[in-house]
Design a protein around this ligand. Structure first.
Ligand code: C5P
Ligand code: MG
Length: 300
């Protein structure tokens, strides 16, 4: 008769390895997935023993192999869990509905290359239209500097290299900030400018699925040469670790390869309001207001 552990072991091996090989990012979650009971007894485990007279000692090699297999399995699981980077160990609860309804909460994503003027224009809109401005980059920098943050070092490295921080971190920071704002407003309706987000498709999908669907993307379109000039100028006083020539180059690359597809995705759904952002901040703001009024009405 087969040892019950050997049945469990083979099922677990299948469950663990299949998702790991397909999607390395879901390792730790896959490892934590509950073990299902076998649907039915295996044919070889049922019925009478066809060789009743056989020496029971013959099952010992099989038990030994099973125990060996169990040991290796435990070692393998441990090493996989240790290897998973910290962000993969965030137990993001799977939600079927977003936390906030677009009926109560207006979200505008604000996108554009680094140095396109997103922050400057958001500040104008906050002043005149009472939006709450949440900059994903600012939230990440605050988390990076927060004492005891589990993700501080990881965020620091990603920002310096102009790479996109794993989305679980950024989406959670945004959701926390939105919740805090809405709690303070005591039942009031929220109007958010979410600046510098989503920078990668997975961020867009995750946020709209689990936090709140956005109305549209406000996109500031600016040529690279102009953005570079602005960033190098800002770098003289900003104190930012990524406002230097080397990081700027990497940030442009990430923008073109990773963030522009997000703009294209929303554009394909008719959800992009584009503003040319080459002129002075005042001129760009004038155009921004006109475009938003056309989309949302005079008192947006
Ligand atoms: O928007 P900002 O220029 O302040 O972003 C700075 C850096 O923060 C980005 O280059 C990137 O490393 C990180 N970031 C991110 N995901 C976002 C926004 C910013 O990973 N949605
Ligand atoms: Mg900014």
């Amino acid at each position: 008769m087969a040892h019950p552990l050997s049945r469990l072991l083979s099922r677990r091996m299948c469950q663990q390895w299949t998702p790991f090989q397909k999607t390395p990012g879901s390792v730790s979650r896959a490892l934590r997935s509950p073990i299902q009971k076998p649907a039915g007894r295996r044919a070889y485990a049922t019925g009478p023993n066809p060789n009743p007279g056989q020496n029971p000692l013959k099952i010992w090699p099989f038990i030994a192999i099973t125990l060996l297999g169990t040991g290796s399995y435990i070692l393998m699981v441990r090493s996989r869990t240790d290897m998973a980077p910290p962000h993969e160990q965030i137990a993001a609860p799977k939600k079927s509905t977003p936390t906030f309804s677009p009926a109560d909460v207006t979200v505008l994503f604000v996108l554009g290359g680094p140095g396109a003027g997103k922050g400057t224009q958001c500040a104008n809109l906050v002043r005149d239209y009472h939006f709450t401005h949440l900059s994903a980059g600012d939230l990440l920098r605050a988390e990076q500097d927060r004492e005891g943050s589990e993700f501080g070092t990881l965020i620091k490295e990603y920002i310096r290299d102009g790479k996109i921080v794993p989305m679980e971190v950024t989406v959670q920071l945004l959701e926390n900030a939105m919740t805090e704002t809405l709690e303070k407003s005591q039942g009031g309706k929220g109007k958010f400018l979410i600046d510098g987000f989503p920078r990668q498709m997975d961020q867009a999908l995750k946020f709209e699925e689990s936090v709140c669907p956005a109305r549209f993307v406000l996109f500031f379109d600016c040529p690279e040469q102009e953005m570079q000039r602005r960033l190098l100028d800002r770098g003289k006083t900003s104190g930012r670790s990524d406002d230097n020539a080397e990081s700027i180059k990497k940030r442009f690359k990430t923008f073109v390869e990773t963030s522009m597809p997000v703009v294209d995705y929303f554009d394909g759904q008719g959800r992009v309001v584009k503003v040319v952002a080459t002129k002075t901040p005042e001129q760009v703001y004038q155009e921004t207001k006109e475009r938003l009024e056309a989309k949302l009405g005079k008192n947006f």
